[in-house]
Design a protein. Sequence first.
Length: 310
Amino acid sequence: MQNSSQSDLLYSSFSSDDYQEHPPLSSYADIPHVHMAELPDGNAYSVDEEAIRLKVARKAERDKINAEIKSLANIVKKKGVAVGFKAKVASYAGFKAKRLPDFVQTLLTQSKLLPHRDDFLDRGDGLCRGKTQARSKVILGYMLSAFVVNCNVNNGHIVVATRHGGKNVTHDELRKEVAMRHGVYIPESTWYFYVNRLVQCGHIESHTVSIYEDGHVASFHAEASHKYLSSKLMAMLGADRLSVRTAAAKHNVDLKLVGKSYKQKPRYASSRYRQDGSLRQNMPVVKPSQELLALIRSHYEREAYYLPPN
């Protein structure tokens, strides 16, 4: 009884007396007398001004991240400490840095050679798209090297093992890996262009974690998406070799001895992902209610702010 009265009160139309005391949440621009009233704090943004301010702030944040990655690549190139496709941890120590597991060298070598194969970007639709340019092959090799050093060889999940479980890797962190490993700066637009090509060819899968529904409450959350290298790409990289599988199993045992793991715990009670971060199969789909859709729509209309894919 109490819920029904609250629902009626929430979605009922306001009377003329209530309108002045409780303006609609969607917009304050429709109320002429609000602009004439003196605001308590003296400063207030309109919806359009707030949208512009958020876009400018987001662009400044992206420019700062891109400048940081570019500066990192220039420092590595100037100092000559790029380890390239060698099984070394990318750092300012160069070839004196800590060594990666031996099986990673096989993956890195194939990452350098694989883009030069004619069938690498074949989508399997029978259409001839011409040969890939030499510059594109080099960039794809750099990207694949960043993928394989931050990858779980068993399932192709691009993740880093930590003491708190697997941690998804963002595209910015992968671009930093390229900058530290090769001393090369890949612009953001170029990076996503080649990522889209890899997705179209079926080499990469991505599951975005952005909006979820917990019971009757809509929560908005953005984080690094789950990225997977396909089984076909992993086989082309040599992950199905007996030596690589044996060394990867030994590496997983070594990680457990120091308390690290690739497994991920569900983030929410109604999580769509298993412990290892893979998407659950046959998950019942719960269609959101009309009230939830209205809440999500009003949230984005008020904020007018969209996060780019991570």
